[in-house]
Write a protein that binds this ligand. Structure first.
Ligand SMILES: NC(=O)c1ccc[n+]([C@@H]2O[C@H](COP(=O)([O-])OP(=O)(O)OC[C@H]3O[C@@H](n4cnc5c(N)ncnc54)[C@H](O)[C@@H]3O)[C@@H](O)[C@H]2O)c1
Length: 253
């Protein structure tokens, strides 16, 4: 899949850290012009710099997805800079609790809703408006295996991730005739920076996450990035409305 994003303009939201950063770097390697967005301006800048160091083309933009005006400004900036948006990659999300819903505070419930669900809605809305003007496009959202199946101690988070799959599938129907494809990637537990740090402290920490994963290992962030590239690219031209598990077989169980 070398240079499968050549000459495409891709906005990657939540690209300052974690799997968003790894995905943005891969879009750069694949030849995209990347607009790197994150609420952490320094992290967004550093990701864009790394893309350029690798020979790619990128700019950065500070944007908190909890604020509709900032999301609109991000998409306007992408169009002003590169002329259009071909690909929208919405990765930003947060998980505040590993508890049942009686122990999740209203504040944390609202925070997950505002970032994972409402923020995703703002991103999709302004990407779609730009893509409609351009007559084509592809959006890939970050879901989770928790968009597809129930999981213990993830009730509040999974409510937002089921919403991501629901918005993805419904919008895919609404925009199919506009030549805009919309899909989501649904990872199982990923080897994130937070997970690496926790494992250094306690090698048994992973057990609670891996008990339900058939492959018995974490999904690598690069494996998730590869799924974003595939669904965004013309290789997936016949695919829309899909919630694709990248979960070591977890959702099949
Ligand atoms: N970590 C996992 O095991 C796992 C599994 C499945 C799905 N996911 C999903 O993957 C996505 C990324 O998770 P991660 O653990 O790789 O990322 P992370 O938590 O390491 O990084 C998230 C990035 O998002 C940015 N961000 C946070 N709130 C923001 C906001 N309001 N506006 C703009 N940017 C904001 C942060 O600054 C950071 O750079 C999330 O949607 C998460 O739900 C994670």
């Amino acid at each position: 899949m070398k240079q499968s994003m050549k000459d495409k303009v891709a906005v990657v939201v939540g690209a300052g850290g974690g799997s968003g950063r790894i995905t943005a770097l891969e879009f750069g390697r694949q030849g995209a012009m990347v607009v790197v967005a994150d609420m952490d301006e320094e992290k967004a800048k550093s990701c864009a710099e790394e893309i350029k160091k690798n020979g790619g083309n990128a700019v950065s933009f500070a944007c908190n997805v909890r604020n509709e005006d900032e999301v609109k400004a991000l998409m306007d900036y992408a169009v002003d800079t590169y002329g259009r948006i071909d690909v929208g990659i919405n990765i930003v999300g947060t998980n505040t609790d590993f508890t049942d819903i009686t122990e999740v505070s209203s504040e944390n419930f609202d925070l997950m809703y505002e970032i994972n669900q409402r923020g995703m809605y703002y991103c999709m809305k302004y990407e779609l408006l730009a893509m409609k003007k351009n007559g084509k496009g592809s959006i890939v959202n970050m879901g989770s295996v928790g968009s597809l199946v129930g999981q213990r101690k993830q009730g509040a988070y999974n409510a937002t991730k089921f919403a991501v799959a629901g918005m993805t599938k419904s919008a895919a129907l609404d925009f199919a005739q506009d030549n805009i494809r919309i899909n989501c990637v649904c990872p199982g537990p990923m080897m994130s920076d937070g997970m690496k740090a926790a494992l250094e402290k306690d090698p048994n920490f992973a057990d609670q996450y891996l008990v339900d994963v058939p492959t018995g290992r974490f999904v690598e962030q690069q494996e998730v990035a590869n799924a974003f590239i595939f669904l965004a690219s013309d290789l997936a031209s016949g695919i829309t409305g899909v919630a694709l598990p990248v979960d070591g077989g977890m959702a099949a169980d």
